[in-house]
Design a protein around this ligand. Structure first.
Ligand SMILES: [Mg+2]
Ligand SMILES: [Zn+2]
Length: 315
């Protein structure tokens, strides 16, 4: 299955890039049969790519704007509160400076995406046993353009991110606009609770193993939804690994502190045994529970080696 692409290429002036019908896309995965398959869920910024794609585009197209990036964000209460609001402000600035969607697309072609990460994605799909999902709070347009540039789109089953509207201004829409008012996950941004999205996928499918690969604070929420036979691959030096170290049980701390170390694993019963209480409820910091095996990686070469040892044993 290629990444759903409902409207890209549409010649109308109002264009939504890659507005995913999540229910349909997940059903498509489920219909293929998932019981003997592995689901690999990748974050995008600082996970698949070695940068923050939002900031990267601004840096490439408008260095002056980028030079005030942090200053502008920190001096405006709304921007401090909402990354999405800040990105929309910056997208508006790009539009006023006369940049087109094609300019953004061109700027993304230089996004750093290592040969090892390309190898990871290609090897996973070549195994014939893995579905790759990108779950990101960036936006669908940036992700798709980047993956397309590296000829990686065919290795991704589904991109789940904020829609990008070109109308003809650039607007990044919240992935879950209806959840704004009742959003109470304290780990994720208002516009996307990654744990809720992962729960949705796992409720509709029966993957025998899930691997979650990420770096950021909002990657901790989906990490709490996994079972003991699943794996979280957390990037060293970033917020996710700090949260894992903070909240996992004391006896498991040592394993997380070592590159390549892995924790003891138990077979989990079924994904539906995930604590239902976490869904849609305020998360209590004392109750965070990460049952999954935790692997720490630093470079994409580490990640490739991890995948080879865990999922793709050499003959
Ligand atoms: Mg990230
Ligand atoms: Zn969340």
């Amino acid at each position: 299955m290629s990444a759903p692409n409902s409207a890209a290429g549409n010649s109308s002036t109002r264009e939504t890039f890659l507005s995913v019908d999540l229910a349909k896309a997940v059903q498509h995965l489920a219909d293929r049969g998932t019981t003997d398959r592995v689901l690999c869920v990748f974050d995008f910024d600082w996970t698949i790519v070695d940068t923050n794609s939002d900031e990267y585009v601004i840096e490439q197209l408008a260095p002056d704007l980028h030079s005030r990036f942090e200053e502008t964000r920190l001096s405006t209460p709304l921007f401090r509160q909402s990354w999405l609001a800040y990105m929309n402000y910056l997208m508006g600035q790009l539009h006023e400076l006369g940049f087109s969607a094609a300019d953004i697309s061109r700027s993304l072609k230089a996004t750093p995406l290592s040969l090892e990460m390309q190898e990871v994605l290609r090897t996973l799909t070549a195994s014939g046993k893995v579905d790759v999902v990108v779950l990101s709070d960036a936006n669908e347009f940036f992700i798709r353009e980047t993956l397309q540039h590296y000829n990686l789109l065919e290795h991704v089953s589904l991109i789940i991110s904020n829609p990008f509207l070109h109308d003809p201004r650039f607007t990044i829409l919240p992935f879950s606009p209806t959840r704004h008012s009742d959003h109470i996950c304290t780990l994720c941004n208002d516009n996307m609770c990654k744990g809720t999205v992962l729960d949705y996928i796992l409720d509709k499918t029966e993957y025998h193993r899930v691997v979650y690969i990420g770096d950021g604070g909002n990657d901790f929420c989906p990490s709490t939804r996994l079972c003991s036979s699943d794996v979280v691959m957390a990037r060293d030096g970033f917020h996710l690994v700090r949260l894992l170290r903070k909240y996992i049980a004391a006896e498991r701390q040592k394993a997380v502190s070592t590159h390549g170390a892995h924790l003891h694993r138990r077979r989990r019963a079924k994904h539906t045994s995930h604590p239902e209480g976490l869904r849609g409820q305020r998360l209590n910091a004392d109750k965070f529970d990460v049952d999954a095996e935790v692997q720490v990686w630093c470079s994409h070469a580490d990640l490739l080696a991890l995948f080879r040892s865990l999922l793709l044993p050499q003959p």
